[in-house]
Design a protein around this ligand. Structure first.
Ligand code: BGC
Length: 494
């Protein structure tokens, strides 16, 4: 099959005429970069001047191959051939042009997709050394997400939406290791991809993974119940088939910075839901044991920084919950000694705005003094310090909190209408909050929070509420409508 593809493709290539952007068909060369200065604009496009002649300024992400009579690759395709026109891949037995041929522009880092033939060798040990783990690195682009967005674009016809969607491909988001199998598929591939990018550019590349497979996962809800149950046998599997394997791979890829987001929602459930939810009481032992185990293992790796999840403002923000949280989290961190934890992550997969000045403590907020993520982190920083926790830094998930959603109650968490992508991933976003390490996209926009199919085993009533979009696929599956709304309501706009 491979040789058939190659032959067809070579024949196709031989036949193709040479041109790289829209201006060549008009008899003008293309400018060397999409960032060239615009000297003149007409119906054909933007014109620049190079070598004393007009040149057409290529459009970022323009599908140049179409103009040559080829289709554009629709997925994250391996580069099979490169010529003056750009990078070519093969799909369905024919050549296709790989988009974004003008990498390295101002939109963000150039994607570097892992490749089967890539076997980069790690260099010397990287050490975060107490510095902000997000600062000073390129952020790795998640190829799985780029692929999801490419497929989403293929279903769109509105050009302004397509252009917003294309921009999403230039931002980094976290890679979820949500089953043993997905961990086996995605962990090493992406560590390798990041390493080979790092080796080729000489710039450190940060990869962010979400560790998410505790026994009895998502004990207070149903939508994200996991593969491992709250029992000793599954705890043993969590340790040997999941945590130990992650540790082994991380130890090998030691020359690159890594961030681990640890088990979203789990410890917050131990703060508030032990008494009212039997499944959480049953899971407590495994959550605690699992955390102690993984902190001991990952917390001694110099190139790895860990953040434990603290839910969001409308979960642990109340005074009594914050106080209890101080106790639970400091106990968990001590149990993992000598492993170290960098800090905490908030708002993962949630919709709470970063700032919402319309809200203050009172009946409207059920007397929560922390009605937005900013006030929540300010309070948590103080309280965790008083609880004796030494390293208190935060990463706030801003992948879906750009726009106030339609939810009537801030406890609504499932696929909310009115979603908008929020602040772009960045290190040290607020100068007055030196303990805020980053805004980062942890839950990929467009991946569902839970199914709205009432007959599904993991159907949770929240995914049937009024402000939950329907019909919604299973948690983690692609949800086109959610993605499109998130683009439309982006703040800042895309
Ligand atoms: C799901 C995971 C998924 C993650 C990211 C969670 O809600 O349970 O399976 O990987 O979201 O979309």
């Amino acid at each position: 099959m491979k040789s058939t593809i190659a032959l067809t493709a070579v024949a196709a290539l031989a036949a193709k005429v040479s041109a790289a952007c829209w201006s060549q068909s008009l008899g003008y060369p293309c400018c060397s970069s999409p960032n060239a200065r615009v000297e003149y604009t007409d119906n054909d496009g933007n014109w620049g001047i190079e070598n004393n002649d007009w040149c057409g300024i290529p459009v970022k992400g323009e599908c140049w191959a179409k103009k040559l009579g080829y289709s554009c690759c629709t997925t994250t395709t391996k580069v099979e051939y490169t010529d003056n026109d750009g990078n070519w891949g093969v799909e369905n037995g024919d050549w296709c042009g790989i988009d974004d041929d003008f990498g390295g522009d101002d939109d963000g880092p150039t994607p570097h997709y892992p490749d089967d033939d890539d076997n980069p060798t790690p260099g010397s040990q990287y050490d975060h050394n107490g510095k902000n783990p997000f600062a000073g690195h390129e952020f790795y682009l998640n190829p799985y997400y780029v692929d999801e967005v490419d497929k989403a674009i293929a279903q769109m016809s509105d050009s302004s939406l397509i252009s917003k969607a294309k921009k999403m491909k230039t931002y980094s988001n976290a890679i979820w290791l949500d089953t043993i199998k997905n961990m086996q598929t995605w962990l090493e591939t992406n560590l390798k991809g990041a390493l080979s990018q790092q080796n080729s550019t000489g710039k450190t590349v940060l990869t962010v993974f979400v560790v998410y497979d505790l026994p009895g996962r998502d004990c207070h809800a149903l939508a994200s119940n996991g593969e491992l149950l709250a029992n000793e046998g599954d705890l043993a599997r969590y340790k040997s088939e999941y945590i130990d394997v992650i540790e082994e791979k991380l130890k090998y890829y030691k020359s690159q910075p890594v961030v681990l987001i640890i088990e979203p929602d789990s410890l917050a459930n131990l703060v508030t839901n032990l008494e009212n939810t039997p499944a959480c009481a049953d899971s407590e032992k495994y959550y605690l044991d699992g955390h102690a185990y993984l902190i001991k293992k990952f917390g001694v790796l110099k190139h790895v920084a860990m953040y434990l999840d603290i839910g969001h403002a409308f979960w642990l923000g109340w005074d009594d919950n914050r106080e209890k949280a101080g106790k639970v989290y400091s106990k968990v961190i001590s149990s993992g000694s000598p492993g170290q934890v960098r800090g905490f992550t908030d708002n993962v997969a949630n919709y709470t705005p970063w700032e919402d000045p319309t809200l203050s403590r009172g009946p409207d907020t059920e007397w929560n003094p922390c009605p937005d993520e900013k006030r929540y982190l300010e309070a948590m920083h103080k309280d965790f310090k008083s609880a004796g926790i030494k390293s208190v830094y935060f990463v706030c998930d801003t992948s879906r909190n750009g726009h106030k959603t339609d939810r009537k109650h801030p406890g609504e968490w499932c696929n909310q209408t009115g979603v908008g992508v929020g602040a772009r991933p960045q290190a040290s976003p607020i100068s007055s909050m030196d303990y805020l390490d980053a805004f980062y996209w942890i839950k990929p926009l467009g991946e569902s929070d839970g199914t709205s199919d009432t007959s599904a085993v993991r159907y949770d009533g929240y995914c049937g509420h009024d402000t939950a979009m329907k019909p919604a696929p299973e948690a983690g599956q692609w949800f086109q409508k959610h993605f499109e709304q998130g683009l439309e309501n982006a703040n800042p706009p895309l």
